[in-house]
Design a protein around this ligand. Structure first.
Ligand code: NAD
Ligand code: LMR
Length: 330
């Protein structure tokens, strides 16, 4: 039986390629659980609302039992009114040869009004996931413009990087991804991110020992995962879409429904100063989820190899924060 009261889910960039892959998965009940009804609120720029309306017609044609309705908006204030879950996807994707830093100015301006609109009208249990790049800093901008919303409700997506890491390790070890636990992505959703296996296990044993090849980890695995976004752009001719949508589903589902006992996932959350990451930065950490809250896993030993890489990615986040400060975006 589906619950009577629908949960409002706002998706920005609804007419984009991630939006197209994401909306049908939400409508089929995969975002929150098939027992929960969802009302979709799609936000687009005026030039793309017609395309979003077309997608809304297709969503209707899906006859999804979990879908309680779809509305299309070009005004953030209306789109975020009463929303419980906000997926901020709408942004300009990186194209060939473009670095993520180039996107700061282009995309930063989008997230200020959206943060303000969330502050003004979202439901008191609002949860925000920023997918649009540069995701960590866009999340910071939105969060800074929503002073009445608890800061920990703003997150950015590194679950795609986490899933990429799982897939690469599973391939190397010849196991199913389910055999792997405690893999971590630290830092920024960018090429500086640090995919870390120091605490990871495969069927309960150390991944490092099972691989027994530090050169593969340092010279193949880490850059492969960290640069996978660019690889997809190069090979596909467009940035990742269905895999990004899938990771967004995983992120919110885990946030709402919790992590499995003895495992964790990766998400970019507001730093409380843990592991030397400056307070307030939205940086990826190993996190558990329980009762609708993410918590940073505490007390992990960080060796020198890891320390250097975490620090490098966090330094990039500090630089991005400085850049958006200079642009007057926070
Ligand atoms: P896309 O260009 O296909 O779609 C973006 C959509 O956003 C467009 O329809 C556009 O009209 C809309 N949009 C732009 N400004 C908007 C605004 N102010 N309000 C509402 N909608 C707006 O792009 P895409 O491939 O769907 O990617 C979206 C974003 O996700 C990009 O920034 C991309 O780099 C990022 N991304 C992040 C990850 C991650 O792991 N965090 C992975 C893949 C892609
Ligand atoms: C990805 O990781 O696939 C995206 O963030 C694309 C990009 O711009 O790197």
């Amino acid at each position: 039986m589906l619950m009577a009261e629908p949960i409002n889910v706002t998706v920005t960039g609804a007419a984009g390629q991630i939006g197209y892959a994401l909306l049908f998965r939400i409508a089929s009940g995969q975002l929150l659980g098939a027992d929960k009804k969802v009302k979709l609120r799609l936000l687009e720029i005026p030039a793309a609302t017609r395309a979003a309306e077309g997608t809304a017609l297709e969503l209707e044609d899906g006859a999804f039992p979990a879908l309680a309705g779809v509305d299309v908006f070009d005004n953030p204030k209306q789109a975020f009114e009463g929303t419980n879950v906000a997926l901020l996807v709408g942004a300009r994707p990186r194209t060939k040869g473009m670095e993520r830093g180039d996107l700061l100015e282009a995309n930063g301006g989008i997230f200020k009004p959206q943060g303000e609109a969330i502050n003004a009208g979202a439901a008191s249990d609002i949860k925000v996931l920023v997918v649009g790049n540069p995701a960590n800093t866009n999340a910071l901008i939105a969060q800074q413009h929503a002073p009445d919303v608890p800061a920990d409700r703003f997150t950015a997506m590194t679950r795609l990087d986490h899933n990429r890491a799982l897939a690469q390790l599973a391939g190397k070890l010849g196991v199913s991804v389910e055999a792997l636990k405690k893999v971590t992505i630290w830092g920024n959703h960018s090429a500086t991110q640090y995919p870390d296996v120091s605490h990871a296990t495969v069927n309960g044993s150390s991944v490092r020992d099972a691989i027994n090849d530090q050169a593969w980890l340092a010279d193949e695995f880490i850059p492969r995962v960290a640069k996978r976004g660019a690889e997809i752009i190069e090979v596909r001719g467009a940035s990742s879409a269905a895999s990004a949508a899938s990771a967004a589903i995983d992120h919110v589902y885990t946030w709402v429904n919790g992590t499995a006992e003895g495992d964790w996932t990766s998400a970019a959350v507001v730093s409380d100063g843990s592991y030397g990451v400056p307070e307030g930065l939205i940086s990826s950490f190993p996190v558990t989820a329980k009762d609708g809250r993410f918590e940073i896993v505490q007390g992990l030993e960080i060796d020198e190899f890891s320390r250097t890489r975490i620090d490098a990615s966090v330094a990039e986040l500090v630089e991005e924060r400085e850049a958006v400060r200079k642009l007057g975006l926070i």
